[in-house]
Write a protein that binds this ligand. Structure first.
Ligand code: ADP
Length: 703
């Protein structure tokens, strides 16, 4: 029950210790992960802050109240922007304020052509058309067209010289009749192409292309002329055909603000030009034309992306307005990449009664290359590796982590569609760290458990000892009573017999002998018990005198003679001659010797060969008692000198004893500055030796 009371808390404590260890380990691992998490979070925040800062910079300091100035500023910024590009400003009617998508229509007034010129020209044009399309009389048609053209050009040049067509800005200028002139030249050139007169066709178009007024009056005829020139040159197998196509392509790409109705024409010719160039490219286009073509293709793709973006923004603005109405002005908001719209930052502002939407497309490439990567590389270099993934899980930067990342977290707005993952690159170091922690904590726990177990063991051992001692004491009492009873009974019986005078004269001596022997045995027993009680109380004193060793031994043996006689055994005695007188308590040592002799007799069974010897060696007196009896277990040899201890042996149990003899002998020898030793082999016999220092006078200290 007591053992259980100790073991149960021990087990609980150990389990608690183990739990602590695991917790410590987990918290150590957790600490590492948390550190990485914190660093990653800080980095992500710093990247986002930088983007937001640059973004705000773009929204700040613009001339919101002046559209034309705002347009200039935005166009300027677009050239140098970092994280944001492609600005747009929409008014509430969903018209683009920036970029301007269309040029205002600037068609020359039709009535500007004087009726006489107009009528004659129309007649000739119709005549030409009839011959060309109905009569298939191409030379006739050409004749009519050329007259028609000459007429217009003649009139036009006159007009030009008179200065009527001159204004400051091309857009404000009225190109009176220029559209008709361009149309006339185009008809002539087109017919020449149809007739296979390519060189003349090219020449005719050249006028159309090179005259600025004509070009500005009609983009349509200008482009058509350029295109047909390339076709004519191609027929003539002249090299500039490809260059012309590329020039035209470039021009069309840069024509970002067509007039109303010109947009589809531009797309039409762009497709034609691209078709032509593709054929040339497939047949092997050579540098530098090829390089230029590639570049233009890129520009084209960008232009298309731009148009698409603006189209989507417009749709989105429309939807937003009809769904949620206006939001607070002057607050920067974000649209994540969704439904084909790249991530966009916008801000609503009010000007007069109208409100406008100003926005930018976020340049993810810039944000990645110029802000994110440098910051991440600076932070995670030696111990960890960072990767950035977009909303589709595509890795934008970093190595694909081959193990599970230690940290996965999203950026804040406006980059909330990106996530960052960080993995330890040196998992071995981390593992080692963890292992070291484990070792430390496990050893600590083992130590704690060890101490507890040792404590429990010692307690249990003490308890056992206590129990054993109690048992030995009770055995002792019963043994002593028994030991007392036997000699007393014998003494009484023999003395009573003697008193009754029933003993024959010849045998009386035997009776007296028995009485004498038993009373000696009683004396020895009682003196042992008395000694024990004195030793136990710490009051045993020794009366030291110079004693002749040989005499002391022989007296002791003499006192034991009855016993020996009864057992019919003889003791070999071997005393070194000339031993000196030694300072000792003769009675005490004699009693110790008798105790040894008594044991030798008791524990010898039938093989009673007992020897007593005394020698002086190394300035010590050795008095040894040997027997060939039952011997003593090695284990027991250590314990037999304890009070009350009796070996758990059949031979021992068969004899009576108190367990005091050896303890008293040892105590006596030690009080003399000596000791008692034992050498024994079980079943073979034992030798007990009293070892005493050879001293002939009391120590100086005692004197
Ligand atoms: P006891 O009264 O039991 O003899 P002792 O103190 O004299 O008490 O002896 C202690 C124990 O030592 C004995 O019980 C016995 O087991 C063992 N012992 C002592 N002397 C001998 C011996 N000569 N041979 C074998 N065992 C012995």
């Amino acid at each position: 029950m007591a053992v259980l009371a100790i073991i149960a808390p021990t087990v609980v404590l150990s389990l608690f210790g183990l739990h602590l260890v695991r917790q410590q380990q987990e918290s150590a691992e957790g600490l590492l992960a948390k550190r990485l998490q914190t660093v990653a979070q800080l980095k992500a925040n710093s990247i986002v802050r930088e983007v937001v800062r640059l973004e705000e910079e773009q929204f700040n300091g613009l001339s919101y109240d002046d559209p034309s100035k705002l347009r200039e500023e935005l166009a300027d910024r677009e050239k140098q922007w970092g994280p944001v590009k492609q600005a747009f400003v929409l008014d509430s009617a969903e018209r683009f304020v920036y970029p301007l998508m269309e040029r205002p229509a600037n068609a020359p007034p039709r009535e500007a052509l004087p009726p006489d010129v107009k009528i004659i020209a129309e007649v000739q044009a119709k005549e030409g058309d009839r011959k060309a399309f109905v009569e298939k009389d191409l030379p006739g048609a050409l004749d009519s067209y050329m007259q028609y053209r000459d007429q217009l050009v003649e009139w036009y040049e006159k007009e030009e010289n008179s200065g009527r067509n001159q204004g400051d800005e091309p857009e404000e200028r009225e190109y009176r009749g220029a559209l008709e002139v361009a149309q006339a030249i185009h008809r002539v050139a087109a017919l020449l192409f149809k007739m296979g007169q390519y060189e003349r066709c090219v020449k005719e178009h050249q006028v159309l292309v090179e005259t600025r007024a004509l070009r500005e009056a009609s983009l349509h005829y200008h482009v058509a002329a350029l295109y047909q020139t390339t076709q004519a040159l191609h027929k003539l197998n002249k090299a500039p055909a490809v260059a012309g196509l590329l020039n035209l392509y470039e021009m069309l790409l840069n024509e970002t603000r067509p007039r109303a109705g010109e947009g589809s024409m531009i797309e039409f010719y762009r497709n034609l030009v691209v078709g032509n160039l593709e054929v040339v490219h497939a047949n092997g286009m050579e540098d530098p034309a090829r390089a230029r073509y590639m570049k233009l293709q890129e520009q084209d793709a960008e232009r298309l992306g731009r148009l698409k973006f603006l189209g989507k923004v417009k749709n989105w603005w429309h939807l937003r307005k009809s769904l949620t109405g206006d939001t607070a002005v002057d607050v920067i908001e974000h649209v994540p990449p969704e439904a084909g719209i790249p991530p966009t930052a916008y801000k609503l502002y009010r000007e007069g009664n109208d409100h406008f939407l100003l926005g930018f497309k976020l340049d993810l490439e810039y944000i990645l290359q110029d802000i994110t990567i440098p910051q991440l590389e600076a932070e995670f270099r030696d111990t960890a590796e960072a990767s950035v993934f977009n909303d589709k899980g595509i890795r934008l930067f970093g190595v694909q982590p081959d193990i599970q990342s230690d940290v996965v977290l999203s950026f804040d707005k406006p980059l909330d569609f990106w996530r960052i993952e960080v993995a330890e690159t040196n998992p071995r170091a981390a593992r080692e760290h963890k292992r070291n922690l484990t070792i430390v904590y496990t050893s600590l726990n083992l130590l704690i458990v060890g101490v507890i177990v040792a404590g429990v063991y010692l307690t249990i051992r003490d308890m056992n000892r206590e129990l054993q001692l109690t048992r030995m004491k009770s055995d002792f009492v019963s043994n002593v009573s028994h030991e007392l009873k036997t000699p007393l009974a014998l003494i009484r019986m023999f003395s009573e017999t003697l008193l009754l005078d029933r003993v024959k004269e010849g045998r009386k001596t035997d009776y007296y002998d028995v009485i004498n022997r038993e009373s000696e045995r009683l004396t020895a027993l009682i003196s042992n018990v008395l000694d024990f009680s004195k030793i136990d109380a710490g009051r045993r004193t020794y009366d030291m005198k110079l004693v002749c060793v040989e005499d002391m031994i022989r007296h002791s043996l003499a006192a034991y003679r009855y016993e020996l006689a009864k057992e019919d055994l003889e003791i070999k005695v071997d005393i070194e001659p000339g031993l000196p007188d030694i300072l000792m308590d003769g009675d005490a040592i004699s009693q110790a010797l008798l105790n040894l002799l008594n044991n030798a007799v008791k524990y010898s069974g039938d093989k009673k060969e007992i020897k007593v010897s005394a020698i002086r060696w190394n300035n010590m007196l050795h008095i040894a008692v040997s027997d060939s009896g039952i011997g003593i277990d090695r284990e027991d040899q250590k314990k037999i000198f304890e009070m009350f201890y009796r070996a758990d042996d059949e031979g021992v149990r068969a004899t009576r004893g108190t367990g005091l003899g050896l303890a008293i002998a040892k105590h006596t020898a030690e009080a003399h500055g000596g000791t008692v030793t034992v050498e024994s082999v079980r079943g073979r016999g034992s030798t007990f030796t009293i070892v005493l220092p050879v001293r002939q006078q009391t120590d100086d200290t005692e004197a």
